[in-house]
Design a protein around this ligand. Structure first.
Ligand SMILES: Cc1ncc(COP(=O)(O)O)c(C=O)c1O
Length: 414
């Protein structure tokens, strides 16, 4: 097996440089544990940005994947396959929505939802073609495709990639009045994350999701929740909108829908909206493959059978409380929902990326979101003992970091 150094050199030489990864190579994983080529073990508190809610190599998902591989893996979408029908049925039953459009990446699921509501605008709402406006939030993250970055409010994601797709208006996240004021005759939908993940684990004010639901119904526009990161148990409910019973017209899922094995995403929605797209107008070669659908269906079963949402609801607050109780100097805020947790550092601490590097040395994997927020999104299968061990290492590492920081600057503006 190649060493860490050899893999890094080869990847840097031959791979594209659109990521700047840590100097860490992972070769093996099991549950919430991963190993590098030299055999060093790490606790995974990042969980693949929520792609690993089931942990690495979940035995039931692996068994289903192997069994399906022995039957058939890919079927062209001009034919049908049983796992596709079954996975769609499971997701409809879990969400209370009507139809499932399987895709691969999270960004593709968002693209699908955009096309669905634009088609609905023309075919059902009676808008002239090319008029539809979609309202989104500032500080959003919905993926990296050209249309999706067109409505990012981060210049860094957007500026080099024009010309951009028009048709999007921004309102501040969590501001119901601004949303109401932004709706015009041309508005077809409001698209938002229930909690902004990549934006720094930002929670909206309590009640906002329910208010958004009421407003969208009253104004006759579609509500799209992007649950790619928050969905599938992460926040302590199967879907984050369930915290306020704010059932959407359309919902996007991804990440953990692939059971920690492969990319699977979906746009799920009410019939009235989903049926606005006609055969041939949208699709994906691999979206809906029997292999992906078997994995997704099993991933959903595991979430329910192992009560992984309930685990997130129980363990996440315990982890947050432990960090708060440590009263760490240099930490401005500890926030989150379920097992989606953000630890905001004082700017004088030197940035959350540096903290991630120190944590890797101490055997814990995490990743910053925005410059000063450390994100914890552990696999939901993690044992309480492992989670608390990881939290304790994080607390200790933040103390180490504070010892090296400009403490005068921190106490001058806490
Ligand atoms: C809320 C949200 N939507 C969409 C995406 C894009 O998913 P993908 O990277 O699979 O395209 C992400 C990824 O982080 C996300 O957090």
């Amino acid at each position: 097996m190649a060493s860490t150094k050899e893999v890094i050199e080869k990847a840097k030489t031959f791979g594209s440089h659109n990521y700047a990864p840590f100097d860490l190579v992972l070769t093996r994983g099991e549950g919430a544990h991963v190993w590098d080529p030299e055999g060093k073990e790490y606790l995974d508190l990042l969980g693949g940005y929520s792609a690993l809610n089931h942990g690495h190599k979940h035995p039931k998902i692996m068994a289903a994947a192997h069994a399906q591989l022995d039957k058939i893996a890919v079927v062209a979408r001009c034919f049908l396959n049983e796992p596709l029908a079954e996975m769609a049925e499971s997701l409809v039953k879990l969400s209370g929505l009507d139809r499932v459009m399987p895709m691969n990446s999270g960004a593709e699921a968002v693209e699908s939802a955009i096309k669905v509501v634009r088609a609905w605008g023309v075919r059902v709402k009676g808008l002239a073609p090319h008029k539809a406006q979609i309202i989104v939030c500032s500080n959003n993250f919905h993926g990296r495709t050209t249309t999706v970055v067109s409505f990012s409010s981060e210049p860094y994601y957007r500026e080099q990639f024009g010309p951009l797709t028009p048709g999007f208006t921004h309102v501040p996240f969590g501001d119901i009045e601004a949303l109401e004021n932004a709706i015009t005759q041309d508005t077809v939908a409001f698209l938002a994350e229930p909690i902004q993940g990549e934006g720094g684990i930002v929670l909206p004010p309590p009640g906002w999701m329910a208010q958004v639901r009421e407003l969208c119904t009253r104004k006759g526009i579609a509500l799209i929740w992007d649950e790619v990161q928050t969905g599938l148990g992460r926040t302590g409910k199967m879907f984050a909108w369930q915290h306020e019973d704010a059932k959407p017209d359309l919902m996007t899922l991804g990440k953990a829908l692939g059971g920690g094995v492969m990319p699977v995403s979906a746009c799920v929605g009410k019939r009235e909206f989903m049926d606005a797209i006609h055969p041939g107008e949208h699709g994906s070669t691999f979206g809906g493959s029997p292999f992906g659908m078997t994995i997704a269906k099993t991933a959903l079963e595991v979430l329910v059978d192992e009560k992984l949402s309930e685990r997130a609801a129980e363990l996440g607050p315990k982890a947050m409380q432990r960090i708060r109780d440590a009263k760490l100097p240099g930490v401005k805020d500890v926030r989150g929902k379920g097992m989606l947790i953000g630890i905001e550092l004082h700017p004088a601490m030197g940035g959350a990326h540096k903290l991630c590097e120190m944590l890797i040395k101490n055997g814990v994997l995490t990743k910053e979101t925005r410059k000063h927020v450390l994100r914890l999104a552990p696999p939901l299968v993690i044992s309480e003992a492992d989670l608390m061990k990881g939290v304790d290492i994080t607390i200790e590492t933040i103390r180490q970091m504070y010892a090296q920081a400009d403490q005068g600057a921190i106490s001058a503006s806490p």
